[in-house]
Structure formats: structure tokens, C-alpha cells
Design a binder for this molecule. Structure first.
Ligand SMILES: C[S@@+](CC[C@H](N)C(=O)[O-])C[C@H]1O[C@@H](n2cnc3c(N)ncnc32)[C@H](O)[C@@H]1O
Length: 299
């Protein structure tokens, strides 16, 4: 039996001191306590996996560890940085300060892209995919994990992010079908071997305006890299480049897929329509009906 007095005491402490971010819907006082409890017992898990089994019984040393972890969490350290784990598209990733903590909202893009890749594989065999702004490698690796017939080239401007993505590839034993590079957007792929050879380009770019980045909550701005959020004066700098540069790399009929910020969907749809390289523009909404992922076919 776990100590319910200790559980209730710590839960009250979290409820009274901690708020949770809207873009991490998997986190709550109960779920955070469960994740820290497993961690203190020497079993780091992503939040969702802590709901699947009974809590372990903790030694006195582990209880002290739990109290210390809780203190850090209450002072703002993201739960995923304490556990070092985050679930994305049903896979547990290694996470840390090197890159963005994968968010649930990015699964909208991930599952929409996966469906198109499966269609490509069904008709054309192996699929070549580029994941730009790869961060921890979550999108690239989730696509490779869920569709064995694809090869993925991931890239990011941040050396630290790529180091983490490579660790994730090894962690998931997917390194044979993934290659990660460091560089500015498409720069690592500016070679003949990639021009016109890619079935899908995916990207979750930074898309917050530089002004709004300065107003983000401390849990984000103190612990996650600014480079992961800052999309320039209007938040659109990388998205605009992505739309302009992707057709050079895509096969005819290949797909460009990317995430957009709240309120950016209509502008981006018009931008794609005005660029005569794309057709079949599809918008994928979140639960509230806001477009959060966009797919467009290259003609
Ligand atoms: C919103 S994060 C996305 C991370 C990951 N793909 C995900 O979905 O969680 C954006 C990423 O873009 C990278 N980045 C920012 N500017 C870039 C650029 N000019 N070229 C390549 N990557 C860039 C950041 O380092 C960061 O890892």
C-alpha cells in the first residue's frame, strides 16, 4: 500500500502552488505527482505511462527524493525536464533543455502527415521525407516508427537539438532510417540528390512573434530555447521561407505539411494559393476548430 497521507499532503501542495499550461493538456496536479512519484522510485516515465500502473512503494530515501523533485516542479521546472520523458504520437521520447518539449498539438500535423505518407507508400514504395526544425526529432522519429517504409532526413539550426534528436534515434533503435544534420532550414539539403526527390517535407517551425516571445510564461521562457519559438516580427518568417523553398525539393505530387500558430491559418492558406506550385490545400483543426496543421500538394 502506498502512503495515502503522503500522497494527499503532496497533492494539496501542488494544487495550492502550481498552475499548468494549456498546451500541455496531459499535465495536472494528480498526473504530475504520479510522474514524480515514479521518478523518485527510480522509474522515469512520461506522464501518460504513469496512469497505467499502481504507484510504487517508496523507501524513506525515495520519499526525500520525491520532496526535492516536487520543490523543483513547484518552482517552475517543467515536469518533462524532471522526468526526461515526453510521449508524442504514442512513443516515449527523451527530452531536455536542448530542444522544445513536444506538444500534443503537434500530433495534429504528425497524424495528418502519416496518413499521406501511408498513401504514398501504398502506391509508390519507399518514401523520402525531410523534417525541418526537427528539435528533439519527435516528428521525424514518430513518422519513421509508424511507417517502416520511409527514410527521414531531419535538420535543425541548433546543434544541441540535433544531439538530442540523435540520442532519440538510438533510444528508439531507428538510426538506420534517420539522418540528422545541422543547418538553416533547407541548407543541409541543397544538393542534387535531394532536388525533386522528396515525397514529403514536414516542419513545425517557430511561429510566435518576437514581441509575444518576450511575454511567454516563465515555465517556457526560462527552460525551453527561444530559437524554438521566435518566428520573427510577425511570427511568419520561417513559414514564408518554407512555402517558397519546398517546391524545389518535392516530387510532383509530393506534400508539404507544417504547423501554424493560432490565427495564422487564413494568411498561410492565401499565401499557398498565391504560389502556383501548390494545389489541394488542406487545413487540420484542433478541438476548438482552429486550423493548426496545413498540408498542400506540390504540382
Ligand atoms: C517549434 S520547435 C519544433 C521542434 C520539434 N519539431 C517539435 O515539433 O517539437 C522549432 C525548431 O526550429 C528550430 N529552428 C529555428 N530556426 C531555424 C532555422 N532557421 N533553421 C532550422 N531550424 C530552425 C529550433 O531550433 C527548434 O528546434
Amino acid at each position: 500500500m502506498i502512503r495515502t497521507d503522503l500522497y494527499n499532503e503532496l497533492l494539496d501542495e501542488i494544487i495550492n502552488t502550481r498552475t499548468y499550461l494549456l498546451d500541455k493538456p496531459e499535465e495536472s496536479p494528480e498526473n504530475a505527482l504520479r510522474a514524480l512519484w515514479f521518478l523518485a522510485g527510480g522509474d522515469p516515465r512520461a506522464v501518460e505511462r504513469c496512469l497505467e500502473e499502481d504507484l510504487p512503494i517508496l523507501s524513506e530515501t525515495s520519499v526525500n527524493r520525491l520532496r526535492n523533485l516536487l520543490k523543483k516542479h513547484i518552482h517552475g521546472v517543467p515536469l518533462a525536464h524532471l522526468t526526461g520523458r515526453q510521449r508524442f504520437m504514442d512513443i516515449e521520447f527523451l527530452v531536455g533543455p536542448e530542444a522544445l518539449i513536444p506538444r500534443k498539438e503537434t500530433e495534429i500535423l504528425g497524424y495528418a502527415a502519416l496518413e499521406k505518407i501511408r498513401e504514398t507508400v501504398a502506391t509508390g514504395g519507399f518514401s523520402n521525407i525531410i523534417d525541418l526544425c526537427t528539435g528533439s526529432g519527435n516528428l521525424a522519429l514518430a513518422l519513421a516508427y509508424h511507417e517502416p517504409k520511409c527514410r527521414i532526413f531531419g535538420a535543425d539550426l541548433s546543434v544541441d537539438a540535433i544531439t538530442l534528436a540523435q540520442r532519440n534515434a538510438v533510444h528508439l533503435a531507428l538510426q538506420d532510417r534517420l539522418k540528422f544534420s545541422v543547418g538553416d532550414l533547407f541548407a543541409p539539403f541543397a544538393h542534387d540528390q535531394y532536388f525533386g526527390q522528396i515525397d514529403m517535407v514536414v516542419c513545425n517551425p517557430p511561429y510566435i512573434s518576437s514581441q509575444k516571445v518576450t511575454e511567454m510564461s516563465a515555465e517556457v521562457s526560462n527552460y525551453e530555447p527561444r530559437l524554438a519559438f521566435d518566428g520573427g516580427p510577425f511570427g511568419l518568417s520561417i513559414l514564408v521561407r518554407l512555402i517558397a523553398e519546398a517546391p524545389q525539393y518535392l516530387k510532383k505530387g509530393g506534400w508539404l505539411g507544417f504547423e501554424v500558430g493560432l490565427g495564422q491559418g487564413n494568411f498561410i492558406k492565401k499565401r499557398l494559393e498565391r504560389n502556383n506550385s501548390y494545389s489541394d490545400i488542406q487545413m487540420f483543426p484542433d478541438m476548438a476548430g482552429n486550423p493548426r496543421a496545413v498540408l498542400a500538394r506540390c504540382i
